[in-house]
Design a protein. Structure first.
Length: 288
């Protein structure tokens, strides 16, 4: 395993990503209102969904600028509503397929636009649900859309959670293999909050593993958590998987994540979610 630099990782970021991390201090999204299911069904049709983008920053080298696309529901009364307040409902009633398809297409379109506007090989990560992975038509439609807009699949990373991986794992592994063979990056999100099944790391075609923020937050003060994180990072690297430290909000957490060998970091210390226009402006200023 390569030795991490001991300075605060913010200093070793590529200029483009560091600049993108500096802007956009939006207020926290609101919870969904009661009885919102009927409103949710028409939200996509009414154009109430939008995406914001949070930087995923390299802790080691001048990697291509990367961002995670985060869904927001712009409710006409409450304003921005975070997905944790409505995604479970969308999964139960099947709306997640339409919402997920919209998210994929919107993120792909924005990635292509940012690449053309800045000349940088921008990458965007998109969250994917179990229902989307189980849909045989999804891969075909996604690849067709990418072909239509002229964006390589390598520009996108598909993020799944441990819960998704635990649902009919053999089927999930096969779906993920097809996506990986098509060129998509595959990322396991929120590792450490669910089953943390280490065996599945040997079966799934993963490119990235994201340590959950509940673990990252404890790294500066807890030798036990550092030992756990160090073991997970070492195992991931032996399997050819890179590691992202999520939820990094303080310099001590950034230093600890770097010292333990994490390859990337994400969190408010590096940048809050921002609009596509803000991403373009910050990246363009950095390369000017």
């Amino acid at each position: 395993m390569r030795q991490a630099r001991r300075s605060t990782p913010r200093r070793v970021l590529p200029r483009a990503v560091a600049a993108a991390a500096a802007g956009a201090r939006a207020r926290a999204p609101a919870p969904a209102p009661r009885g919102y299911e009927a409103e949710l069904a028409g939200a996509c049709r009414r154009g109430e969904f939008g995406l914001v983008y949070q930087p995923i920053c390299s802790m080691r080298d001048a990697a291509a600028p990367a961002f995670e696309a985060l869904l927001r529901w712009q409710h006409p009364v409450l304003g921005a509503v975070a997905p944790e307040h409505f995604i479970a409902t969308a999964e139960r009633n099947g709306l997640i397929l339409d919402i997920g398809d919209w998210v994929f297409r919107a993120a792909a379109d924005e990635c292509r636009r940012l690449r053309r506007a800045t000349g940088l090989p921008v990458r965007i990560a998109v969250n994917v649900s179990a229902l989307q992975l189980a849909s045989r038509a999804a891969l075909r439609l996604w690849l067709q859309h990418l072909d239509d807009i002229g964006l390589p699949a390598e520009a996108l990373t598909l993020e799944i959670t441990e819960r998704v991986m635990s649902e009919r794992p053999q089927d999930m592994f096969e779906h993920l293999r097809q996506l990986s063979e098509a060129g998509f990056g595959i990322s396991l999100d929120d590792f450490g909050t669910g089953y943390s099944n280490l065996a599945m790391l040997g079966h799934a075609p993963l490119d990235l593993l994201k340590l959950d923020g509940s673990l990252t937050r404890c790294l500066p003060d807890s030798p036990r958590h550092r030992a756990i994180a160090r073991a997970v990072v070492a195992l991931a690297h032996q399997l050819g998987i890179q590691v992202v430290a999520e939820g990094v909000e303080q310099p001590a957490q950034a230093r600890a994540s770097s010292e333990l060998g994490c390859d990337f970091a994400q969190g408010y210390w590096y940048g809050r979610p921002m609009s596509g226009a803000q991403v373009e402006r910050q990246l363009s200023q950095a390369v000017a």
